[in-house]
Design a protein around this ligand. Sequence first.
Ligand code: MG
Length: 250
Amino acid sequence: MRYVRIDHPGGPRWGVVKGEDVLTLSKPPYEELEYDGGRLALRQCRLLAPCEPTKIVCVGKNYAEHAREMGSEPPGRPILFLKGPNALNRPDGAVQAPEFVGRLDYEGELAVVIRRRARNVKEKDFADYVLGYTCLNDVTARDVQQQDGQWTRGKSMDGFCPVGPLVTDEVDPAALALTTRLNGKAVQQGHTADLITPIPRLLEFITAAMTLEPGDVVATGTPSGIGPMIPGDRVEVDIEGIGVLKNQVI
Ligand code: MG
């Protein structure tokens, strides 16, 4: 299934993508699908981030080449940090940094959207807890991250987490090419087979420590090639089988 969340009279609405259309749902698709009879043209829908996170759990340095470009060896265990729901941004949403930010970076990532409350999940059961996979840009104020010595302020500013355009369970998350483009030029070219901690083990690791709720998001880390963006730039995170998350820096 391929799911979107759209702006709709009366509030945000989940839908299932069928061909060129969206079949709207009367409630989120976490448990079972309840269609409300609506059918809309996908291209006429204003897409929202296809998730409703109470938290966005991110993994730092989960690709060896990226750890090295940041001047460190790959970590021995996953390094987790959070972005707040305030950081959520929609597909096509503008990314804007406060004036005090000196360097704003893109980080293209594969993200997992959770479908069921998850606590002490075992690796082998991970798929029961996953609604699907999507693209995410872990926008980072790099200078602020480095000044602060920890990552909350630099990673979790308003709008620093575009997610979308859709969530799909029709891909193998361990076998996806990921490309980030800046103004049309490829700047990151990774593959999820290179994740140091793959998704099943990541969910076991995270949920041993904290409960994940339906609609929560896990960002799996960025490949090498991170770099800065400036106002006017167009950034795209393109993941095989999912789609392209496009945002403009203003
Ligand atoms: Mg990241």
